[in-house]
Design a binder for this molecule. Structure first.
Ligand SMILES: [Ca+2]
Ligand SMILES: [Ca+2]
Ligand SMILES: [Ca+2]
Length: 141
């Protein structure tokens, strides 16, 4: 296992829903994160169990803030892949899948440290997906 000697923590801060994928503009969402580093994938389903978050696409209340959920804490390998998928639950039809977020970090792990958010890389910002947005921090653990 490659280990550059440092430990990192990936912490989800907030998500925002741009398209509820539901007729009443309020969807029921659950997410799955897959953090891969040092040859291992760490999965976390949230909010967990049979739970879901009911989130409106109304711009006045479409953000779930202060999530502060640790998706991974441990050694940093030579690269890191952050992948988060989400789905909107439906009773009578197939669930709707949100666009999957995926970002690969390479090089010196110290360059991964910081806030990753939808508003700092202009058009095509990777945290600004077609139907949702997210913000997370990578910190030294
Ligand atoms: Ca739906
Ligand atoms: Ca629904
Ligand atoms: Ca960004």
């Amino acid at each position: 296992m490659s280990d550059n000697g440092g430990e990192i923590e990936v912490i989800l801060r907030w998500i925002q829903i741009l398209d509820s994928h539901d007729l009443d503009e309020e969807g029921e969402f659950r997410f799955l994160s897959k953090i891969t580093t040092a040859g291992q994938t760490h999965e976390l389903a949230f909010p967990g169990g049979d739970g879901y978050w009911r989130i409106s696409e109304n711009p006045a209340r479409n953000i779930v803030d202060k999530i502060d959920l640790t998706l991974y804490k441990g050694p940093a390998g030579s690269d890191l892949v952050v992948e988060i998928s989400g789905e909107e639950l439906d009773m009578l039809s197939k669930n709707d899948e949100l666009e999957t977020y995926r970002k690969e970090f390479t090089g010196d792990p110290s360059s991964w440290i910081g806030r990753h958010q939808p508003t700092d890389e202009g058009t095509g910002d990777p945290e600004n997906l077609t139907d949702w947005r997210l913000c997370y921090d990578i910190q030294k653990a």
